[in-house]
Design a binder for this molecule. Structure first.
Ligand code: SAH
Length: 339
């Protein structure tokens, strides 16, 4: 059985040709799949005989909505989806003045082991298929009744650790006959898999690359992000420079401020040195609570002193609001729920 929604239009066309079907059928089916139908029988302009043949060779993924939570503070929505094999992932829909953004998961669990993040607690279970990433957008949109205009690959998982499926998802979600969400409305976040950053850069996509930096030096970063032990800060910054040179897209760095860990004046000064002149943007956020982790967000006075140093160092930065914290939907709080 083949996961039909993970096919692109060319593959779908070839598959239908194999069944002796004309080319226009592929486009009809593609359009239905990208509308979020739950099966072939909903495809009313496809003859019954063909639907039966499709049912024999292909399946249509459609997650079950296991739970939906709404933040009383800011209206952020968190979805827990149950996938075909019973595994679960979460997605979050946030509303801003400029539109609605969905944060999607790319893997069931995560193997990166960042010490401040809930997503990695049970390790990696499996990659998500392209269809399973697309489904988060399709089914959240139909549930919430609002048009989703932006996508961030910042939920559970490391997108560049599921490279081929993520790329296929990007192709599908930006397709003119599908959801048609342009690359400039998509952000992909990575903890810093440098070889994959190079590979992505070669494609010259116009998406925004977000890099989870969280510390300007190897001692600090290596202590909280295991990836830094094999791909250190210097290598990461080199890969980011190459990426910027190839794509012309400025990079966003993420920095979660953790009390006593990465928030001293010395860290701020090193960060200035590291980012000065790179044409990048820094997103600061206060660490969100993760019950299993002893780490705390920076104290206000330390965060203020930190940002003052960044300001006088001419670093381009934003202090981000933390949305959905009352429902554990904020950065680093998403997790796989066990059955
Ligand atoms: N694996 C990718 C995608 C996850 S994005 C990556 O690491 O970038 C999720 C973002 O939330 C990352 O920037 C991550 O470092 C950050 N994050 C993780 N735990 C957090 C926490 N407790 N508080 C604030 N941000 C956190």
């Amino acid at each position: 059985m083949t996961d039909i929604k993970s096919l692109n239009l060319a593959e779908l066309t070839a598959a239908l040709k194999n069944l002796g079907e004309p080319q226009f059928r592929a486009k009809q089916i593609f359009v239905w799949l990208h509308k979020g139908v739950r099966g072939f029988d909903a495809m009313t302009n496809i003859p019954k005989q063909l639907r039966d043949r499709l049912n024999a060779d292909f399946y249509v993924t459609a997650p079950e909505l296991a739970s939906r939570q709404v933040s009383a503070e800011d209206g952020t929505l968190k979805y827990l989806w149950r996938l075909g094999d019973g595994e679960t992932v979460e997605s979050v829909v946030m509303s801003y003045n400029h539109g609605n953004t969905i944060c999607i998961s790319t893997q069931v669990g995560c193997r990166q082991g960042c010490v401040f993040c809930a997503s990695t607690l049970g390790g990696l279970v499996r990659n998500l298929a392209p269809s399973e990433m697309l489904d988060q957008v399709l089914f959240a949109q139909s549930d919430c009744g609002k048009r989703i205009s932006n996508i961030v690959l910042m939920g559970i998982g490391e997108p560049l650790d599921n490279f081929d499926n993520v790329l296929r998802f990007l192709e599908l979600v930006s397709h003119a006959d599908g959801l048609n969400i342009g690359m400039r409305h998509i952000s992909l976040s990575t903890c810093g898999l440098t070889e994959k950053i190079d590979k992505l850069g070669d494609l010259g996509l116009q998406l925004t690359l977000s890099v989870s930096l969280h510390a300007p030096d190897d001692a600090t970063r290596g202590g909280i992000m295991p990836i830094n032990r094999t791909h250190n800060v210097a290598e990461l910054m080199d890969a980011c420079r190459r990426y910027f040179a190839k794509t012309g897209r400025r990079i966003s760095y993420e920095y979660a401020m953790i009390d006593g860990v990465n928030d001293t004046a010395e860290h701020a000064r090193r960060l200035v040195k590291l980012l000065r002149g790179s044409g990048s943007h820094l997103n600061l956020i206060l660490l969100n609570d993760v019950a299993e982790r002893p780490l705390k967000p920076s104290r206000r006075e330390n965060a203020d002193a930190f940002t003052k140093i960044l300001g006088s160092g001419n670093i381009n930065f934003t202090f981000r609001r933390r949305l959905g914290r009352d429902i554990d939907a904020a950065c680093g709080q998403l997790r796989r729920k066990t059955k």
